[in-house]
Ligand binder design. Structure first.
Ligand SMILES: NC(=O)c1ccc[n+]([C@@H]2O[C@H](COP(=O)([O-])OP(=O)(O)OC[C@H]3O[C@@H](n4cnc5c(N)ncnc54)[C@H](OP(=O)(O)O)[C@@H]3O)[C@@H](O)[C@H]2O)c1
Length: 339
């Protein structure tokens, strides 16, 4: 074979490879490591059944769907949030759709801001199940308001729930994992833990804080290779997050929650979370485009990312100021994938 032919073949292979990667990227709804794990990695069905999983924020949205998908895998569940009646509803549905029995699901009401209760709650879980294999720090609240118009108390409350509440519960559970030398601490961050976005400065700050904290904690736990610290970073996902978001004052509610249909289906987000958990991914980005590509641009070309943030962000602020949902008027509805 001549050198020319060989080079032509190599070039053709490289172009095909690049083409395939490009198509994969355009169709992606998670970072490429995560999607590789979904295709070739360990299956949640093999890895997560028979575990004891404690989910905070289990009364609604992503946490609720996580409870349903975990129950189908056969995991024992601890369901926590503030609303006991909602947790009972989620528990009953878990019992309906899975083979779990009453004794396999503990409803444990818990307020993330009531940090003095976290130790007793942890003891209660250990009393019932004897172990905690996975802690999913999912409970949290969003924000929709401009900094200039937002009371400082709102920022304090966001940090109390999203950051301090999360690390407080982690501090109570970690000694047990260290004693067993195994466990997974899965913390729900957000694409806004990686990038900034107008109207959500306090929320983005709380999620960035989680990255700083857990990326440092991971290093402290390096001597326990079977304890995994994971950060999950979803883009917009269907849930009640906008309805429950903080705005200018603690007691005020978001006026226009808009149509949330353009967001990723909750079931798809949770399936990718389970894949991340089964494969011990340290950080997983779960999002449709344009938010997914935005994460890559933010990571590899921050100057461009900031220019883009200003462009998209000013439109977000304009929508918000004119009484529209901040995002939905300029993101085209996408066809939803389900698991
Ligand atoms: N949906 C998205 O687009 C999106 C994107 C990225 C990240 N996330 C993250 O995903 C997580 C779940 O949010 P979601 O979208 O499912 O919103 P959601 O439907 O509003 O659910 C939030 C959950 O957090 C609980 N919670 C709120 N305050 C709490 C407190 N003080 N103590 C204990 N639990 C509390 C709520 O339960 P109670 O009211 O019963 O307490 C609820 O179960 C959050 O951490 C959020 O930041 C969401």
């Amino acid at each position: 074979m001549s050198w020319d032919l060989l080079w032509s073949l190599l070039l053709a292979c490289a172009l095909v490879y690049l083409g395939v990667q490009l198509v994969r990227f355009v169709r992606a709804d998670g970072d490429l490591t995560l999607l590789w794990a979904e295709w070739q990695g360990r299956r949640p069905e093999w890895e997560l059944s028979d575990m004891v999983v404690w989910v905070t924020g289990a009364s609604s949205g992503i946490g609720e769907e996580l409870a349903y998908q975990l129950s189908k895998l056969g995991t024992s569940l601890v369901l926590s949030s503030r609303k006991a009646n909602e947790l009972e509803r989620v528990k009953n549905k878990c019992l309906e759709i899975s083979n779990l029995k009453e004794k396999d699901i503990l409803v444990l009401p818990l307020d993330l801001t009531d940090r003095s209760s976290h130790e007793a709650a942890t003891k209660r879980v250990l009393q019932q199940f004897g172990q905690i294999d996975i802690l999913v720090n999912n409970g949290g609240r969003g924000q929709r308001s401009l900094f200039e118009e937002t009371n400082l108390d709102v920022y304090k409350a966001i940090m109390e729930i999203n950051f301090l509440g999360t690390i407080s519960l982690t501090k109570c559970v970690l000694p047990h994992m260290i004693e067993r030398k195994q466990g997974k601490i899965v913390t729900m961050s957000s694409v806004m833990g990686l990038v900034g976005a107008p109207l959500s400065a306090g929320y983005a700050a709380s999620k960035h804080a989680l990255h700083g904290f857990f990326n440092s904690l991971r290093g402290e736990l390096a001597k326990y290779p079977e304890i995994t610290v994971m950060l999950i970073c979803p883009g917009p996902v269907q849930s009640n997050i906008v309805e429950n978001a903080f705005c200018e004052e603690i007691s005020k509610k978001v006026e226009n929650t808009g149509n949330q249909d353009y967001k990723m289906a909750t079931s798809r987000c949770v399936r990718l979370m389970l894949v991340s958990m089964a494969n011990d991914l340290k950080e997983a980005w779960i999002s449709d485009h344009p938010f997914l590509s935005f994460c890559y641009i933010w990571q590899y070309a921050p100057t461009w990312a900031m220019w883009l943030t200003n462009k998209l962000g000013s439109r977000r602020v304009r929508n918000f100021k004119s009484g529209l949902d901040a995002d939905s008027s300029y993101f085209r509805p996408m066809k939803k994938k389900s698991n």
